[in-house]
Design a binder for this molecule. Structure first.
Ligand code: SF4
Length: 359
């Protein structure tokens, strides 16, 4: 029997956590090749034209992994079109003639089903092993998020260009090799220390921008054309709250979380908008009141939850003269256009800040 090679979609640097998960389950991971234009072209060529762009990226990842020899695909899902990704992608890939098994984690509605799905990824894995694998992968995802959060807030002020990137690329390599909880925690602490030692030229009150929107384009820099980094390069402290582990935590306590979001989004939203739509409104409303200088709202073209959020955000922006950069992505989005808009947005924020201090 040929070896089971397990693959998954790319999303930022979370591949390190996914790779660990598969390995700790006792199966062999096949990390999809790094995202390139070719990945998107492949995905877009075989996807329904009007499907949201994360579907196309994921499909491109799967085709590249299958070509590299993957035999098992793990795919997640959510409460919007994301819930149908796995089924539709499986049908498309089978029509293309690939042979593989797709484990659809969307169908896990209880702990028992969840464990059964993981046993399909790694037949023979005990429940204890699955729980441990999940916990270690989760801890690594947390470490990634802690480091990325620090970088978003300080990379725009580094004195020596590239200093943060050097620390982060060493961190990724060491995180991949980290063997358990203690190792990961120690690595996170050391890396935060290394980042903290990088000389910065940061004003006491830097410009602060929050980034909200659809989860995939938020967390995959290739899909958002590196928007967070480009904002930071204009001397901006960038804040983002949607992360993989926050989504898992919110998914676990779904009802109380939605109730809280609706409270935070009051008086703008009465009913949950689906996916991260309500969160986009709640966070914008909160950060505006916390004195942030502006927001960036990112969404794939045609993403219904974020289209609904956008109309509310436009009202908040208009009625409170609060700058919000709206960016919509599809398979044709050009990098140059995004760069120009970020530049104009950053200039405008700096001008407003100068106006405030000279008033
Ligand atoms: S949140 Fe939007 S873009 Fe993402 S899967 Fe759902 S509908 Fe598509």
């Amino acid at each position: 029997m040929s070896e089971r090679l397990v693959t998954f979609p790319h999303m930022g640097e979370y591949w390190i956590a996914f790779e660990t998960l598969v390995r700790e389950l006792g199966a062999t991971p096949l990390v999809p090749p790094r995202m390139t234009k070719h990945t998107l072209e492949l995905g877009a060529r075989h996807s329904p034209e009007f499907v949201c762009v994360p579907f196309k990226y994921n499909l491109g990842n799967f085709i590249e992994s299958l070509e590299a020899g993957a035999t098992v695909i793990g795919q997640a899902g959510g409460g919007c079109r994301f819930g149908y990704y796995a089924e539709v992608q499986e049908a498309i890939l089978k029509d293309l003639g690939y042979e593989f098994e797709l484990v659809n984690l969307t169908s896990s509605w209880s702990v028992g089903e969840f464990i059964a799905d993981f046993k399909r990824i790694a037949p023979g894995a005990s429940t204890l092993r699955i729980a441990r694998a999940f916990a270690i992968a989760y801890r690594k995802a947390k470490a990634l998020e802690a480091i990325e959060d620090r970088v978003r807030k300080s990379v725009g002020f580094e004195v020596e260009r590239g200093a943060h990137d050097r620390v982060v690329s060493r961190f990724h390599q060491r995180l991949r090799d980290a063997s358990g909880f203690r190792d990961t925690a120690r690595l996170e602490e050391t890396t935060l220390g290394e980042l903290g030692a990088i000389p910065l030229d940061k004003p006491e009150q830097p410009l602060r921008v929050g980034v909200v929107g659809e989860l995939y384009v938020l967390m995959e820099p290739f899909a958002n054309h590196n928007l967070e980094r480009r904002l930071a390069e204009h001397g901006i402290e960038v804040h983002r709250f949607v992360t993989l582990t926050s989504l898992i935590e919110h998914g676990i306590r779904s009802r109380p979380h939605v109730r809280k979001l609706l409270g935070d989004a009051d008086p703008w939203v009465k009913y949950h908008l689906g996916a991260d739509g309500t969160e986009s409104v709640a966070m914008t409303w909160k950060l505006m009141q916390d004195g942030f200088d502006g927001m960036a709202h990112l969404k794939p073209f045609g993403c219904m939850p974020e289209v609904s959020a956008m109309s509310v955000l436009q009202r908040i922006s208009r009625e409170h003269t609060f700058p919000i950069l709206f960016v919509s992505y599809d398979a044709q989005t050009a990098e140059t256009g995004i760069r120009t808009r970020i530049e104009a947005f950053a200039d405008m924020l700096a001008m407003r800040a100068r106006g405030r201090t000279s008033a």
